[in-house]
Design a protein around this ligand. Sequence first.
Ligand SMILES: [Zn+2]
Length: 303
Amino acid sequence: MRAVSNVKHWLLMVPVLLLMIFFSGCEMGKKKPEEGTLRVITSIMPLSYFVERIGGKHVAVSVMVPPGGNPHSYEPTPQQMVQMGEAKLFVKAGSGVEFELDWMSRMMSLNGDLQVCNASEGVVLQPIKRRATVHQAQHYHTPFDPHFWLTPLNGVRITRNVERALIAADPVNAAAYKANAAMLVAELEALDGEIRSTFAGVTKKRFLVFHPAWGYYASEYGLEQIAVEEEGKTLTPAQMQRVIQQAAAHRISIIFVAPQSSDSQTTTIAQEIGAHIGYVDPLAYDYQTNLRNATRAFVESMQ
Ligand SMILES: [Zn+2]
């Protein structure tokens, strides 16, 4: 009798053990990849969107800078470093995001076979716009604005770069990658047309953001981005006063912040110029919906 109940006891334990194994798998960052799927790591969320759209069921993607993380200061966890050792392909922005500059070589040293896709290959990177005095330049890692991914046409370039990298890493599924990429390119070109026509009727083409993430977007659609913060730097009171004057002069009614970089300065400036705070996210996963939402928010702020 006693032996039987012990067996029962152990049988009951099996599902519990399976759950424990399952959840420890989840803790590694993502669902356990199935055998045969290509393990891909991206540095930021929008790049994961591209890999998942183009790779479909053939890829298992995890991201280094998690939702809410700041790619200008993020440091990977030890678990992520382990994942790095198991991945086949790493997709980086390649545009001077600090996280990549600080960590790429250490990550690469963990996995000598890791293939790297530079998502910004072929993109003409824009210099950071500064109000700047000369001596400030030395504080920056890079003279370029890293946020190239925020236009659909650069999204097309990302698509082509990711497509090529997936085919190189997993040639067996090349046909699927090509078909998915072609579909995504068509969607992105349509989205570009949509945004272009949205701004066509707008006369006051100026918006105020806290973090200067929308420079590529602004130049693509003939807009002017006024930014509170310079890339990675907090403003001095004098600089802040200048931004407040500029915003008041242009009768700006909304100041946009990213969910991951809001700051007490935002509230101060909003109060000083009598503006509301709005949200636009440079790092959302759902790339196309996010650009549509941002476009709607910018247009509303220009009314
Ligand atoms: Zn940024």
